[in-house]
Ligand binder design. Structure first.
Ligand SMILES: [Zn+2]
Length: 69
């Protein structure tokens, strides 16, 4: 079976929010690279903050505008 799932899940390191995406990668793109690409896409398109420390969803990455802590 060569039918690997191409869906990549990025998890927020703070609230645990999961974002799954399937961008139809070529089978030749290694899983590791797919994850990098997905994180970049989420950062650019959805406001995720993805760096070496981990991934933050838009709500957690956003500036503290709620003044709720
Ligand atoms: Zn979050």
């Amino acid at each position: 079976m060569i039918n690997q799932p191409t869906q990549i899940t990025v998890t927020c390191g703070r609230c645990g929010h999961k974002r799954s995406t399937d961008d139809g990668f070529s089978d030749r793109v290694p899983l590791r690279e797919r994850h990098v690409v997905v994180r970049t896409l989420l950062a650019v398109n959805e406001g995720w903050q993805c760096d070496e420390d981990g991934d933050l969803c838009p709500a957690c990455a956003a500036p503290d505008t709620t003044a709720n802590r």
